[in-house]
Every structure is written in C-alpha cells, then in structure tokens.
Design a protein. Structure first.
Length: 335
C-alpha cells in the first residue's frame, strides 16, 4: 500500500495533459456548423450523465436497502420476471435514443446541403503528401497552405486527394471530412468573425502525417476581395524591386524553383508561393524565421520526411540569403 502512496504524486502529472493552448479543439465552436455539431455533443453528454446518475442511484439504493443484515436468515421472495419492469427498461433506452437520433438526422440533412447560393464561395481543397492546395474556381486562383475565406459567408468545400486518403479537419469550424483519391466529398463552413482557425490532417497518410497542418484565415469581405484580386495578378505585371539581393533571389527562384512552385498561377505542381511572405510558419509547422527557410531549402527531407521537394545543398550562404529575402517579399496584402 505504501508503494501506491508513492505513486500518487506521479498521477498528478496526468493533469498536465489538459494544459497548454487549445489550438485544436471542438469545444470552442465558431460558426453554425461547429455550433450544430457541438450541440449534439452536449446532448449526448447530458443523456449519458442522466443514465449514469439514474443507474448508480438505483444501484446504491438496492445495495443499501436490500443488504444482508446480521442474524437475518429470511429468504427473500424469489421473482422470475416482471413484465412491467421489462417494458419500462426497454422503453426508456428507446426513448433516449429517439431524443438523440431526431436532432442528429435533422442536422445531418442540414449539413449535407452544399448547394452553392448567390452569396457563397467555393473552394476546392486538394490534399497532397504533406501539404494542402486551395483552389478558388470563382476567382481563378490557387493558394497553398493558408485558406483565406470571408467572414459570415457560406464556403462550399470540395475535398479531393492527389495520392492517398487524407482528412480535412478544422475543429473550431466543423468536423472532419475525408479527402479520397478519385472521389469528391463536400462540406460547408462559415466563420462568424475574423481570425486564424488551425486545421490538420486526421488520417494517417505517411511519415509526415503529424506535420500536415494548415490554417483557415477568416477576413472581412472587402479584405478577402482585395486578397483574391491581388492573388490573380500575373507575376510579370507585379511591381518588381530592383534591389540587388531581390533580383538575385528572383533569378535563383526562376532557375531552381519555378518548375515546381507557382506564383500567381505560373509554375508547377508544388505549393503556390504567391503570398509566402505573409505566412507565419515554414513547411506548415516551423517558426517563420530565415534559418528555418534556409534549412528547408537545403534539406527538406530532414524536416518533413517523405515530402516531394528535392534538396538544394549546393546553394552558397549568399544565395540562400538572396532566395530567402525574395521569398519573404512575396506578399499580396501587406505593403
């Protein structure tokens, strides 16, 4: 027993599991979809608490009321069935299931309504190993890693995958939905206020599955329209800095990166970098710092195993500085 008391202080370390920032949590719902789903979570929780309380109350009552007393040799009346009790304990679970099932079915049909409306926008979300692509067919633009949406606007999301099964999950806005190769799943979300809503892949998809993060960035409608318009401006029409460092960086980008990465839709099949300078992380999870950008360019496999980007170990430090400065200059909202 004394050993158990020694272990007791260690058990308090379990409380640390509940500490930290609630970056990925469905318990702070934002928008109609998350609120509907959270209401079902609460309803099921209330029903479970009710069942537990009733069952334990009956259990404790029977345990005390019909306990064996010293000297009591009386044999209780033997009962072999009670139709009333049997009907009651069968009807109650059915009734509780109906309470849970009816709103579930109603809200399932509501969430399944993904028909575009006059005010809605559509985003085609394609999952890759291990990054996200966001195509806006209404605006003819493509973004990578950061999904911009206008506030208080229904966003219809079409989910696809370019390789294996992934899963799109933004817990503050909606439950998860799978990205399946060769199939299109759809859902909708709506953000009630400006903010950054963190998302993640929730389907084991490879060695860097745990690093497959993304952001949904909700902005006011006019800001979103400005962002979309600037994203659509062709690269050659954008004002180019004549800074020697940026010119060198742009040259390196065109020689080594353009075949995979696009700017304003001009480039290859890798993540779009049109607004790379406005991101807050590198490779989806690293702190946005010069050294992390350089480390990613030198050896991306060491930071995110299994990704499709080749390494560039032969770049000199000056070349890495120039390329990093050029990438940081790619912005569509900030001056």
């Amino acid at each position: 027993m004394k050993y158990l008391w020694r272990l007791l202080p260690l058990s308090f370390f379990l409380l640390l599991a509940g500490c930290g920032q609630q970056n990925l949590s469905a318990l702070d719902p934002q928008g109609p979809v998350a609120e509907m789903q959270f209401s079902l979570i609460r309803l099921s929780l209330y029903i479970m608490i009710f069942v537990i309380v009733v069952v334990f109350a009956i259990y404790v009552f029977v345990l005390i009321r019909f306990r064996e007393r010293p000297g009591d040799t009386h044999i209780p009346k033997q009962v072999h069935g009670n139709k009333v009790l049997e009907v009651v304990w069968t009807a109650i679970p059915i009734f509780l299931l109906l309470i849970l099932a009816v709103p579930n079915v109603m809200e399932t049909f509501t969430l399944a309504d993904t028909e575009p409306t006059e005010d809605s926008i559509t985003v085609n979300v394609t999952a890759h190993a291990f990054w996200w692509e966001f195509e806006y067919p209404d605006y003819d633009i493509v973004a990578g890693q950061d999904m911009y949406i206008p506030t208080n606007t229904r966003v219809i999301i079409n989910l696809e995958s370019s390789d294996v099964i992934h899963s799109f999950w933004v817990p503050a806005l909606a439950g998860k939905q799978d990205n399946v190769p060769g199939n299109v799943n759809d859902m909708w979300i709506e953000a009630p206020k400006e903010g950054v809503y963190l998302g993640k892949c929730t389907e084991l998809c490879g060695p860097s599955h745990w690093l497959m993060d993304f952001k949904v960035i909700a902005v006011e409608t006019d800001v979103f329209e400005t962002w979309a318009a600037n994203m659509a401006v062709p690269a050659e029409e954008k004002e180019q800095s004549e800074s020697e460092v940026l010119v060198e960086g742009r040259t390196l980008y065109e020689q080594s990166c353009l075949q995979c990465h696009s700017i304003s839709g001009q480039g290859g099949f890798g993540p779009d970098l049109t607004n790379f300078g406005e991101r807050t992380v590198v490779a989806g999870y690293l702190k946005y710092e010069d050294e992390n950008i350089k480390d990613w360019i030198r050896d991306p496999q060491s930071l995110k195993p299994g990704n499709g980007m080749p390494a560039f170990p032969d770049f000199t430090e000056d070349e890495l500085d120039a390329l990093t400065e050029y990438l940081k200059s790619l912005k569509v909202l900030e001056e």
